[in-house]
Design a protein around this ligand. Sequence first.
Ligand code: CP
Length: 304
Amino acid sequence: MRHLIDIKDLSIEEIDELIKVAKDIIAHPERYREKCKYKKLATLFFEPSTRTRLSFEAAMMELGGNVIGFSESSSSSAAKGESVADTTRVVGCYSDIIAMRHPKEGAPLVASLKSTVPIINAGDGGHNHPTQTLTDLLTISCEKGRLDNLTIGLCGDLKFGRTVHSLITAMVRYPNIKFVLISPDELKVPEYIKKEILEKNKIAYIETTDIEKYIGELDILYMTRVQKERFFNEEDYLRLKDYYILNKEKLREAKKDLCVMHPLPRVNEISTEIDSDPRACYFKQAGYGKYIRMALILKLLEID
Ligand code: CP
């Protein structure tokens, strides 16, 4: 039985295969409509979500399966003190696969150690978000036509941004990837990512606070939200929340084929005036999330 806790749980060949299947689903959805007939996905969301939970649920429905679950811990027996491991053991009696989001880093890993069905990490604290990364890789593959030879700007909260950590971990496995890490000093990429992932893999990267200086070099600009829920004091959040606001003025120096991505939700970091720019890919990106999750469900349930 396979789980997906960290993007590193998948080899590069498996990721490429998932992307291939997702593209086939986009092209031929009718071939997949009954693949998960009589199967059930449980979505256990101990933390809020719109895209991840609903795209998982839509994915299972489009595969002909059913969905059970909860969208907040207060409506589950976690509110009575039940452990994540016990919740998982029990939900495994009612479902074939579980997607779990939890505010505590490592909770889906703990769940997977006791689970009788595959567990998918749908985001654990400020740690990892592997299915967002699969979504991002499908988006890059579809929009840029390649996953190599790219200069990727990551901008905003690079400290707590779990999507950023997972994306860096995935992209360093492709040839000739460069990163421009754009953040306020307080929200820089954690040292362990720099040392253990970027430097160990000899990946070229620049750290800067200045988006305008580097925007013209980027093939992809991955914007992120400053995450209020991860701050210990409101004063710091208020000081940093509007540090970067991508607008038409800032995009003036960008390449014509730049791909602007964002895992969403956004707050102020991308002005709505960008939404109609052909380089804005973030809503398409959210759409790709359903197809890659369909491919992932098929893989973990070992359905052809
Ligand atoms: N990108 C993402 O994880 O969005 P949600 O928090 O809405 O699931």
